[in-house]
Design a protein around this ligand. Structure first.
Ligand SMILES: [Zn+2]
Length: 132
């Protein structure tokens, strides 16, 4: 794992264990499949920063405020690789709530890969299809 800022390495140790586990799995995936490294760009977000990101949505909260989210730089990856990363996480890991996914490729203060888990202990690996 690479860190955009040195403090992210300390923040990573405080993350929800489930998101750390997913981050390690993703790190292995991008190394094996693309021979590339993951770079974390944001973990903990304070209230002030959250308001700055979403000035028009004062009630909006983020998993980043609760140690359940991590962002990774996406511009080291091709569009095809990004699609595979999103597919790898979302087809294997259930967020813990229907309609919400673990990995989102989006543009909030710059385009990046956002990885998250739900607050309840319902995060789980999805079943492998039996028809193959
Ligand atoms: Zn994020």
């Amino acid at each position: 794992m690479e860190w955009k800022y040195a403090w992210l390495e300390q923040e990573f140790d405080k993350l929800d264990n489930r998101i750390r586990f997913i981050a390690y799995a993703l790190e292995g995936y991008v190394r094996c499949e693309f021979k590339k490294e993951l770079m974390a760009t944001e973990i903990l977000r304070d209230e002030e920063t959250q308001r700055e990101y979403y000035p028009d949505d004062p009630d909006k909260v983020s998993v980043h405020q609760f140690w359940r989210g991590i962002d990774f730089r996406s511009h080291d990856f091709t569009e095809d690789e990004i699609n595979k990363i999103v597919e790898f996480l979302n087809s294997n890991v259930y967020y813990g709530k229907d309609g919400v996914v673990v990995c989102i490729y989006h543009d909030v203060k710059g385009i990046h890969l956002h990885v998250q888990v739900g607050h309840e202990d319902k995060v789980r690996l999805k079943k492998i299809p039996t028809n193959i």
